[in-house]
Each structure stands twice: as structure tokens, then as C-alpha cells.
Design a protein around this ligand. Structure first.
Ligand code: CA
Length: 236
């Protein structure tokens, strides 16, 4: 059965071009030209991947992505108009899996789509083992990550983290007291096929520090200059 791709893009020429190219590749395609209707459709499910423009009428791509992420882990590839790291980070922070900057080569987008669809199949297959292996909580100096509940608490207070912040924190806590360089973090948290700047890790470390270290007056995350970061299990 053909995989279904949702295109949410208000520039009709781009939307039309994508529709034709994707249909040519054998995908089923539905097109929406504003954020609200695209979001409504996405929330109904039965979609294998979403190509989501960042700037959309009625509801931004970021907001669409946030709402979709609350109910689904369908892959989302964000289209951004400018080559701006903050847009990319905001897009990824809202739960997008990948982003591509306009103007883009269609071959590159098609390649990213194949990767995202393949990764989704692989993670669906791994879900069974995953649940059994990862029941434990990890607690380090008052910071607890409850993996089954996807909850993080520090000194008893709940900390709201985005998906990537959570993944990064979990990976660092599981590998505490080991210096982790940016490439390693990208590979483990963002995936082998992440295309982009490794300084996205610095941005996420800053988010974690402001939500945890600074808020609770602790120093869990240490910068190892010129190398990367370390989650310290003992108090400095
Ligand atoms: Ca747009």
C-alpha cells in the first residue's frame, strides 16, 4: 500500500510541484494550504509523513507540529524559508524530525523522506524490546528521570521538557561521568542521518541548563572545553 504524505504549504507553486513529484515517486499525497486545515487533517491520523511549511496562514508550522506531537509520532519534515539556525531549532524543538531550507533540491527532500519513513518502521519494530528494557528510573542527586512515564523531576518538582531535551537528558544520564562530544550526542539523540550544524547540541544544553541547573541551583552538566559535555553524578 502506498504511503500517505501530507503537504502543508501555502505557496501553491511549491505545493503543486511537491505533489507532482511525490505522486511520481508512488506516494499518496494530500495538500493543505493553511496551518489550521492541515492540522485538522493531521490529527485525524492515517498519515505516514508530513511535510510542513514553517510560515503558514491561520496557524504556524511550529504550532501544527506541537499539536500533532501531542498525539502522534508521525515523521515531520519542516520547510524553512531562510537559513536561520533559530528557526531550525524552534522547528526541531516543537518536535519536527528534520528540516530543509527553501529553495531545496527535490532529490534531497526525497532522500530525507525515505530516511524518515525507514526510521519510523525501524522504531515501530523496536517498540516491543524497548518497553521491557527501559522500565527503570534513574535518579542522580535529586534529579529523577522516570522512563516509562517520560517524566523528569528535580527535588520533587516536575520539569517540562520537549522531546529532544528529554532524549538528550536521558542519554546523558545513562552515560553519566563520560565526556560526550557533540558528534556523539548528535548521533545518539538526533540520529545518524541528522544533517545540520552540531552546534544544535549547544543550544539544547543551554535549554537543559536553564530548566534544571539554573532553576534548581545545581551543576549537573559540565562543559568540557573543546570536547563536549559531561553529566556529573557527584556534586562538584
Ligand atoms: Ca509559507
Amino acid at each position: 500500500m502506498a504511503e500517505k504524505i501530507l503537504i502543508v504549504e501555502d505557496e501553491t507553486q511549491i505545493a503543486r510541484f511537491l505533489e507532482l513529484e511525490l505522486k511520481h515517486e508512488g506516494y499518496e499525497v494530500e495538500v493543505f494550504t493553511d496551518g489550521r486545515s492541515g492540522c485538522e487533517r493531521a490529527l485525524q491520523g492515517q498519515v505516514d509523513l508530513i511535510i510542513l511549511d514553517l510560515m503558514l496562514p491561520y496557524m504556524s508550522g511550529i504550532e501544527v507540529c506541537r499539536r500533532v506531537r501531542k498525539v502522534s509520532d508521525v515523521p515531520v519534515i519542516m520547510l524553512t524559508a531562510k537559513d536561520d539556525i533559530s528557526d531550525k531549532v524552534t522547528g526541531l524543538d516543537s518536535g519536527a524530525d528534520d528540516y530543509i531550507t527553501k529553495p531545496f533540491a527535490i532529490e534531497e527532500l526525497l532522500a530525507r523522506i525515505r530516511v524518515a519513513l525507514k526510521r519510523r518502521q525501524a522504531s515501530a519494530a523496536a517498540v516491543g524490546n524497548h518497553a521491557a528494557k527501559h522500565e527503570d528510573n534513574i535518579t542522580i542527586n535529586g534529579l529523577t528521570i522516570a522512563k516509562m512515564q517520560h517524566r523528569v523531576t528535580c527535588q520533587g518538582e516536575e520539569i517540562a521538557l520537549s522531546k529532544k531535551e528529554y532524549d538528550l537528558l536521558l542519554y546523558m544520564m545513562e552515560n553519566r561521568d563520560i565526556v560526550l562530544d557533540r558528534e556523539k550526542l548528535i548521533e545518539k539523540v538526533w540520529g545518524y542521518d541528522f544533517v545540520g550544524d552540531t552546534n544544535v547540541t549547544d543550544v539544547y544544553i543551554r535549554y537543559l541548563r536553564s530548566k534544571i541547573d539554573q532553576r534548581f541551583g545545581v551543576n549537573y552538566i559540565r562543559t568540557v572545553r573543546g570536547v563536549g559535555y559531561l553529566f556529573e553524578s557527584h556534586e562538584a
